[in-house]
Design a protein around this ligand. Structure first.
Ligand SMILES: CSC[C@H]1O[C@@H](n2cnc3c(O)ncnc32)[C@H](O)[C@@H]1O
Ligand SMILES: [Zn+2]
Length: 436
């Protein structure tokens, strides 16, 4: 089936940042075969024509780090610093999870992501209390794209730790090319402070043997740097390097506390960063020096983290904040211009999670795109400066249509693939089972 989407303002987000007013996208079998000006487009050459009536079109957003299984915990654990938040609130709550809670939580998270314009996300699942096979199938049914990992923690007995690593490997092998290739997997040791050096080494081996990326929380707070220095005599980046985990393509969540030497090393090893501006502020962790990372030519994607530290999955909020934080901390408004932020949320984010086939509206890439209709929205008028509006004025609620691999998943703000009423009812019913 060949479909033409006509009369859109198309932000290709390719390396040249080309955009076209009254542009056209032609898709076939889930791929883009053309994106650009209408030139000599002939309606007869396609099976179907959809008039976008001036809507803005951009690649679906890529959320490079999330925890959808925490979605049911939204609104709990506010106003706490990272360590007590994890130890006193998050982990005791996650211990109460059942498979039903985990799956309901995942569905709610995916629904929110899709409706706010995210088409790809890279997620760390909790290892306890859930049925990761059921979760993966629930996510697959929604039509979204993603990279998933069953997180590794060095907790419990030796047998428990071995079982956790075995499950992380089984999960990575089983789903490494699942849902018609929309899903990939990663090996995700939670962090250098929750995993032993041996577990990090094991994770490095598993990622290498299974040819998947590594995903880990690193350099999130000053406290983490001190703790790892005290325990192992090295800062987190050097400590993890010694384990071999950075011998495979890796993405680190946070990267708030880094120095020049570490950034140069990250460039050399192509270690990517998932920047979580809201989560880093909410947990009092600080502000990642994204401008320095970009100057060092490190790939930086944008992310939400879980909703307990956010409290939503609206990537547009992250874009705006990511731009403003660098301008404010550097006292220099030229830092991270809107075009660069948009690229980080799309093409660069996709590269950061190892998905070069999405994130850009270009012939050969997957037809993963979203539309926004500015025509009835005062906050997006005058509509001429669309690129600026996409970073500084749009919110997830403005997203109109969402397509993944040419399949429409959201139409006029309504999700076509998920039962919204049931998902919300289930989340509220199951939330009552948790002792908050
Ligand atoms: C879902 S398994 C991963 C594990 O990570 C916890 N988590 C969520 N946000 C953060 C963060 O910012 N730093 C460290 N760990 C985090 C989550 O609750 C799970 O237990
Ligand atoms: Zn996280």
């Amino acid at each position: 089936m060949k479909t033409a989407y006509t009369n859109g303002t198309i932000f290709t987000m390719d390396a040249a940042n080309e955009w076209y007013k009254n542009g056209i996208i032609i898709t076939e079998d889930g791929r883009i075969v053309y994106a650009g000006p209408p030139n000599d487009f002939e309606q007869q050459s396609v099976d179907e024509t959809i008039d976008l009536k001036g809507k803005w079109v951009l690649p679906g957003l890529v959320n490079t780090h999330s925890h959808i299984l925490m979605t049911i915990l939204r609104g709990t654990g506010d106003d706490m610093n990272l360590k007590p938040w994890l130890e006193q609130r998050v982990w005791p709550l996650e211990q109460q999870f059942t498979p039903e809670i985990g799956t309901a939580s995942a569905r709610l998270g995916v629904l929110e992501m899709l409706k706010s314009g995210t088409t790809t996300f890279s997620d760390m699942f909790n290892p306890n209390g859930i049925d990761s096979d059921e979760v993966i199938h629930a996510i697959a049914d929604s039509g979204i794209r993603g990279a998933f990992s069953h997180t590794v923690f060095s907790a419990g007995s030796e047998a428990d730790q071995r079982a956790n690593l075995n499950e992380a490997e089984r999960f990575a092998k089983t789903y490494r090319s699942f849902a018609d290739g929309r899903f990939t997997t990663m090996i995700a040791p939670h962090s250098p402070y929750t995993c032993t050096p041996k577990a990090l080494e094991e994770c490095a081996r598993l990622a290498k043997e299974n040819k998947v990326m590594a995903h880990i929380h690193v350099a999130e707070t000053d406290g983490e740097i001190e703790e790892i220095l005290t325990r192992y005599g090295a800062r987190p980046i050097e400590h993890i390097r010694r384990s071999g985990l950075f011998d495979v393509p890796a993405i680190m969540a946070h990267g708030v506390v880094l120095n020049d030497e570490e950034r140069a090393f990250m460039k050399e090893r192509d270690i990517r960063v998932a920047h979580n501006p809201v989560s880093n502020l909410k947990l009092g962790s600080g502000v990642a020096d994204v401008a320095a990372l970009r100057e060092a030519d490190v790939k930086v994607g944008i992310a939400t983290d879980g909703v307990m530290s956010n409290n939503n999955f609206d990537m547009f909020e992250e874009l705006r904040l990511a731009a403003l934080l660098q301008k404010g901390t550097y006292k220099d408004a030229t830092r991270l211009p809107a075009e660069e932020i948009l690229a980080m949320a799309t093409r660069i984010g996709a590269e950061a999670v190892g998905m070069k086939h999405t994130g850009c509206l270009k012939s050969g890439r997957c037809a993963d795109f979203i539309t926004i209709d500015p025509s009835d929205k005062p906050h997006l008028q005058p509509a001429a400066e669309a690129c600026s509006h996409l970073v500084y004025a749009v919110s997830g609620k403005d997203v109109c249509d969402v397509y993944v691999e040419g399949r429409q998943l959201v139409k006029d703000g309504q999700c076509l693939t998920m039962d919204e009423e049931k998902i919300i009812a289930d989340a509220n019913r199951l939330r009552k089972q948790l002792e908050i």
